[in-house]
Design a protein around this ligand. Structure first.
Ligand SMILES: [Zn+2]
Ligand SMILES: [Zn+2]
Length: 335
């Protein structure tokens, strides 16, 4: 089978033995396509993953062979995610599902950028769903990334009357903004790239350019009775985004951290103390968040049409390059 693996700082298409069930419970699925996640880019660019690693986890696939009590059958077209919490450990009991050891260890075998993938019985039971018929393959591939946003929104536990700001209007920012809208909130968004701002505006997000910090502050305060937003969602990977958050959040407000940043700067002790800020992180979704994600996609509350650029598997390096140079919003790799 064809797999795209990391080799010498490149993503290279190689031939490997096909993954087999070999008596295991689970399914072999033929990957139709797989979205390219920002975390794949970080793992590739920062050399976090070793040579031979097959990245990718946002798969749309067809079941070709199955040995399972999950109710799925061969021929089913599905979406699946990669990590599953154990629901038993101290982290799971404390609702930190993505910190669970089992969550971190479970994965697609060998990875989503592969012609065939093995899904364990647990994957089938908890994080696999039939692909909704009204969604295209590319749209359905947003099941996992949107699940991450759903988890962040739920984790922030805000009232539907809240004013919120999404900093960074790349794909994740647009998903986050639409999710917040679906939860009833008034959603502002900012970026420094004009085409992203206009895309967000078309999706009903009150988007503005935050290149000028003074302007960003005035703009948000003029739209929030002069107090600032209740929560800032940090989907931008830029260090400068931190200043935007501190200049737009209200006293006693929240900042939800959803991205790593190059310089790893932060919110200072005294900012948090004197302004009574709550700074919280959100990483990856639980099975329930993935279910909500699929509902939002299916009922059209989150619109992901025209976000994806489709690449054939042999052009996967170009998909990585175009994503890194911001030439495209989101890559979807066809196998
Ligand atoms: Zn992802
Ligand atoms: Zn656990």
């Amino acid at each position: 089978m064809r797999v795209a693996e990391i080799h010498d700082n490149k993503i290279v298409l190689k031939d490997r033995d096909k993954v087999e069930l070999n008596g295991r419970e689970g399914a072999i699925v033929k990957v139709v396509g797989c979205g390219l996640c920002g975390s794949d880019i970080v793992k590739f660019k920062e050399h976090i993953s070793n040579d031979g690693t097959v990245l990718g986890h946002e798969i749309v696939a067809e079941i070709v062979e199955i040995n399972s009590n999950s109710g799925f059958k061969a021929g089913d077209k599905i979406v699946a995610s990669h990590h599953i919490p154990c629901f038993k450990c101290a982290y799971c009991k404390g609702k930190s599902y993505s910190m669970c050891q089992h969550f971190k260890e479970t994965n697609l075998e060998p990875g989503g950028f592969s012609e065939y993938v093995f899904l364990s019985e647990e994957h089938l039971q908890y994080v696999t769903h039939l692909k909704p018929k009204n969604l295209s393959d590319e749209e359905a591939s947003f099941y996992e990334p949107l699940g991450c946003c759903v988890r962040a929104v739920k984790r922030a536990s805000l009232s539907p009357l809240s004013n919120v700001l999404v900093v960074g209007l790349g794909t994740i920012g647009l998903l986050m903004g639409q999710t917040l809208k679906a939860f009833g909130m008034t959603v502002h968004g900012c970026d420094i790239m004009p085409d992203r701002i206009s895309k967000a505006q078309k999706l009903g997000i009150n988007a503005f350019n935050s290149a000028d910090l003074e302007f960003a502050h005035r703009h948000i305060f003029s739209h929030t009775d002069n107090i600032g937003v209740d929560c800032v969602f940090m989907t931008s990977g830029a260090d400068a985004a931190i200043d935007v958050a501190l200049n737009t959040v209200r006293l006693g407000g929240k900042i939800l951290v959803f991205s790593s940043t190059p310089k790893n700067l932060g919110y200072t002790n005294n900012d948090i103390y004197y302004k009574e800020l709550t700074v919280l992180g959100s990483y990856s979704p639980r099975p329930q968040d993935l279910e909500t994600s699929l509902q939002l996609l299916t009922n059209g509350e989150v619109n992901v049409k025209y976000l994806s650029t489709v690449y054939q598997a042999e052009d996967i390096q170009k998909a990585f390059d175009d994503t890194m140079s911001n030439k495209i919003m989101k890559a979807y790799i066809k196998f």
